[in-house]
Write a protein that binds this ligand. Sequence first.
Ligand SMILES: Cc1cc2nc3c(=O)[nH]c(=O)nc-3n(C[C@H](O)[C@H](O)[C@H](O)COP(=O)(O)OP(=O)(O)OC[C@H]3O[C@@H](n4cnc5c(N)ncnc54)[C@H](O)[C@@H]3O)c2cc1C
Length: 393
Amino acid sequence: MSATNFDIAIIGGGVIGLSIARALTGHQLSVAVIDAGQETPPATDAAAGMLAASFETASGEASLAEALYTLGAQSLAAWPVFAATLEEETGLSLDYRDDGILAVAFDEPQATALKISGDQLRARGSGASFLDGGAARRLEPALSDRVVAALYAPGDAQVDPRKVLIALRTTFRKNAGVLFYERVEHVDCSKDTRQLTLSNGERLGVKLVVLASGAAATQLIAGLPPPPITPVKGEAFAVDRGDNEFRHVIRCPAQPALPYLCPKAEGRVIIGATEIAGRRDASVDDASIRRLRASAADVVPAVHDWPETERWSGLRPATPDGAPILGRDLRGPDGVFLALGHYRNGILLAPACAMALAREILGGDAAGASPLTHLQPFRPERFDCGVAAREHG
Ligand SMILES: Cc1cc2nc3c(=O)[nH]c(=O)nc-3n(C[C@H](O)[C@H](O)[C@H](O)COP(=O)(O)OP(=O)(O)OC[C@H]3O[C@@H](n4cnc5c(N)ncnc54)[C@H](O)[C@@H]3O)c2cc1C
């Protein structure tokens, strides 16, 4: 079988792969996205869609945590235009909402922790404010009387990830992108070309490869070095709030996972999520859902009465330091870029990561993006110091 040729092949059609594909359109490049579909379902489909730049941090060094905060804040700032143009291009709603996010406390130690976080956020220029219980309930009347304080991040937002995925696929195809629903089994890299072999035996000849395969990155594609990604399973469910008023994303006190409630369109409320490292199965445990519902009902008592409409799980792609892996991969064959490890924040980070990766691939300002975080803190080689690095291209 002869190979079909493309300039760029993106392995993985989740929010990251498709956002990169979108950032590459309009540059006279032929782009293919190859996605394994239900064989390894995208985490994007399982996400709640919080754009919670104020609340998500990396576990590594302070400088990395700061770089990740900056990347998240830049991506949050890029979301309104990203959502509006995507809606315009496709005629589809993404259910983007900028009502802000509230993290709540039940006691003094939790309130103190929120106050400290709020001070740190304000020092970084955020408009976050610390509220007492009464003020929090005036903002969100669905909150329980047990809530004694809250940290309100008015700039944080949310979107419906499933709607985002459909819109990204639609716009990619409209812009002459080619989407293959197959698994990439092998990448063969010689001096000037890369050849991908798909699960149906088809072969694609390409100049550059972008690996955006989410938690399945560890399921080896022969010919590429394995990236340090581990799956962290998350279970979640949705309830129907009917016509009850409930507007804000609420983050509950950690116990030890951090339950949250995300009100969506048509009365849907997503309640998530567990964090189970290393598991790859798609099962959803009854006990997990019971615990999540109990925690959510502690914060929003009406949850007791809202009927469950759906439950699901997904695999977050985690890295050893909690930050993504972005940029040219210097460990293996030339012409391979990584966009992996977005862990709990792939929806938040998609616009900024896509613009940054496109700049790296296209070179300099060709992507037409505004100046973004330098990719240096997120480069693949931070996990592989022993490997001789080639020059950055
Ligand atoms: C329960 C839960 C809640 C979450 N909530 C949030 C949230 O509120 N906000 C937020 O920002 N993030 C959230 N996340 C995290 C977010 O979902 C991920 O960070 C993001 O979806 C990762 O996107 P991705 O494109 O890298 O990976 P994915 O969406 O997993 O897509 C990767 C794709 O690659 C394909 N693939 C893999 N291997 C191959 C191969 N060999 N060949 C072809 N295709 C392949 C897979 O089939 C898959 O479709 C949540 C995740 C979970 C599980």
